[in-house]
Design a protein around this ligand. Sequence first.
Ligand code: KIV
Ligand code: ZN
Length: 502
Amino acid sequence: MAKRIRIFDTTLRDGEQSPGCSMNLSEKCEVARQLARLGVDVIEAGFAIASPGDFEAISEIAKIVKGCQVASLARSVQKDIDAAYNAVKHAEAPLIHIFIATSPIHMQYKLRMTPEQVLERAVEATKYAKSLCSEVEFSCEDATRSELPFLAQVVQKVIEAGATVINIPDTVGYTTPAEMTERIKYLRENVPDVDKVHLSVHCHNDLGMAVANSLAAVAAGATQVEGTINGIGERAGNAALEEVIMALHTRKNFFNATCNVDTTQIYRTSRLISNIIGQPIPPNKAIVGANAFAHESGIHQHGVLAERSTYEIMTPQSIGLLTNKMVLGKHSGRHAVEERLKELGYTLSKEELDSLFEKFKKLADQKKNISDSDLEALADDRQVEKPGVYKLERYVVNCGKAMTATAVIGLEKDGVVTEGVAAGTGPVDAAYKAIESIVGPDFTLTHYAIQSVSEGEDSLGEVVVRLKRGDHVATGRGLSTDIIESSLLAYINGVNKLLQQA
Ligand code: KIV
Ligand code: ZN
């Protein structure tokens, strides 16, 4: 019988803690709801002790998410474990995830502890976590550079202390698939109680082998894989879960394994995260890249037309990509727009739909055909206008060769329009400086990206910015057929989000 592999998602912890990937509370909750729809077994919602914001997000996610375990990370110390437990305790299925490093290099230089002290601390921490919560995962940090006999000893002792999941992280992305196979086999043969727990792996991608190492571990007997959507995470990231899931799905017979995920939610999940953190997905990215199901070469197209399986090992539908592209236009009614959005996986509130439909009509005046990509972009950009925020009222931006770019921007807030004027090194720089002269200087632009949403000259230009204000960060998005307007809207959107967070 095919074995069941648990999928442990750490997008909101290992993913979110990496540079440029931070999310605010409502974004984290939206991601968690989508991960539950995807059907992951565990959502690691954060590291409770790390900050009050992390604690609040984990508690909120624990309360709203149903159908999967909600975990918080904790070091092997009492105050971390208390914080983790207090954050997850209201979940339907809480899990405390504790860790300590077991490699000689980490024990000597980072922890300054002997192996005996590490073992004792690991056992103590597991017992303490178990006294609070029945589900405890124990991770041996830097496991792939740990000595095998010591690793096996720690694993056996923490199982005896009550751990229900044992995780073997490749913390620095150093191992290879063959070594991972050996390590998992060794643990299966040398830890007497190994069959009483789920055996997990958590691979980083420094050498580009995170997914291969995770799958090698599954083939060797691991029963849980940890990773993140789109592979986001520390340094080169974590194992991309959409790749792990689709490898298990497509090569079911080879792995003799299945997982409980609804693969048709993969595309939506990947897109949601990319939009929230403002990191576009490279076109050639496996599974979710724009070209993953595109056949350009004549020979391939010919083969696919004759028989899809010649060049297609999985269908676009299996990841939730709709292929019957419906084109909407200015004569399309609200109902048609709402229905198509539902087919694309969006459920909007009445207010969100009202505001989206208004933007849809405006766009339909500018371009003849509104594609699924346009509609998805409008839905991802949905915002209900709130009082006390800035709105773009008018703008003039001038630029050209051998002249200084200048901008005059009018922003409306609470019925009052304020004008800002500035010069800059280019049109966007001038426009942003003019906005800054109105909203104040404490917003720092840390990231700016522009891409076209669909094909053709009248394509929508989507701008995503990241702004920082003190300790807060926000992603701003702007959408227009005019890229200067998209740039302005994105910046204003980011400023509004930061003002609302304050
Ligand atoms: O990479 C790692 O070792 C981790 C652990 C805390 C599980 O993220
Ligand atoms: Zn990690």
